[in-house]
Design a binder for this molecule. Sequence first.
Ligand SMILES: [Zn+2]
Length: 160
Amino acid sequence: MKKLLFFLVAVTCIISTSNSQEKKEKIMIKKIDKTEEQWKQELTPEQYYILRQKGTDRPSEGGFTSHFEKGTYHCAACNLQLFESNSKFESHCGWPSFDDAIKGTVNYVKDNSLGMIRTEIICAACDGHLGHIFDDGPRETTGKRYCVNTTSIKFVKAKK
Ligand SMILES: [Zn+2]
């Protein structure tokens, strides 16, 4: 009898933890599922090329590369908050660079294109292409460099 009771308690525990984990993920990021036709209509041709066809902005100091105002960077396609301005740093690589993303908002995909092994970063809600992540970020924080296309993000200024 004791054994049976223990078994039941153990099973209940397993069921309840797996349920709560599932719920947490679902609450955090709501998946956005649109057809390529819909995206084509909603995005500018440039945004469509970068976000949906995994294009890359030309490196420049323009756009958000040298932009250091206080606020939040959102996905240009679905408006999900991705990066806080306090994660942004000057990398001199020609693209906006962050040492961290807002938890759970970015997914990581292995990318073997162009003869390189890289990790692509995509928006967790709409799967839009953001850029790549590298291990040459600031050592005093995360050591990561989220190298993001200006076209993939938009900036929302912090309210004072
Ligand atoms: Zn998105």
